[in-house]
Design a binder for this molecule. Sequence first.
Ligand code: 13P
Length: 249
Amino acid sequence: MREQLIIGNWKMNGSGAANAERVQGLIAETAHISGTAIGICPPFPYLAQVRGLLAGTAIRLGAQNLSDRTEGAYTGEVSGAMLHDLGCRYVLVGHSERRSLYGESDAVVADKFAAALGAGLTPVLCVGETGEERQEGITHAVISRQLQAVIDKVGIARIAKGVIAYEPVWAIGTGETASPEQAQEVHQALRLLLATQDRSVADSVQLLYGGSVRADNAAVLFAQPDIDGGLIGGASLNAATFASICRSA
Ligand code: 13P
């Protein structure tokens, strides 16, 4: 049985005061949830603050990005070791906003996945097609290329040490969600791709869905056999809404 996992990606949102209110609300609202793991990924400057707020709770901490390098003269970069030091368990790798806005290639994403593993973090590898790619009928080719680049870098066995999130780019922040059937179909394809290389990895790795998940559509998405939870953007900024999504898993 794969554990259900819900991760909130705050993106570039928050302030000291807003974070405190949000995290305290989330702790109160999720106190009675069992059987579902919950994580939140605040912006870098607030990781220490949120770590303190989460102390003694089961809610896990994650970061949104990391450097592909380990240490040295890389101005503005943050290493996996630093994130581990700050109490992070997860780190997002290859989010579509990183790929499209900051030019992260499949090769860089694979290097970051390896760097996260090297630092003892659980990388959450994001894959997904654009709307144009879906219309062209190349969704499977795109997600397979994105995933295979990481497999080629770290080896199939080490994929099991990460989490994979399918986030169709056309569904991120648009209010347009993949239907449960569309999402399940891609999750199944990801699992099949893994299974051709290692069945036990395919069976054990958690596959999350992300893209306009809300309180009113979460349950039906999470009920799909190959969907093991969600990566939540906008709806994770409201404690009550995010807790409601967590209860749906
Ligand atoms: P939204 O939930 O705001 O669509 O964002 C999804 C996402 O990008 C999570 O990483």
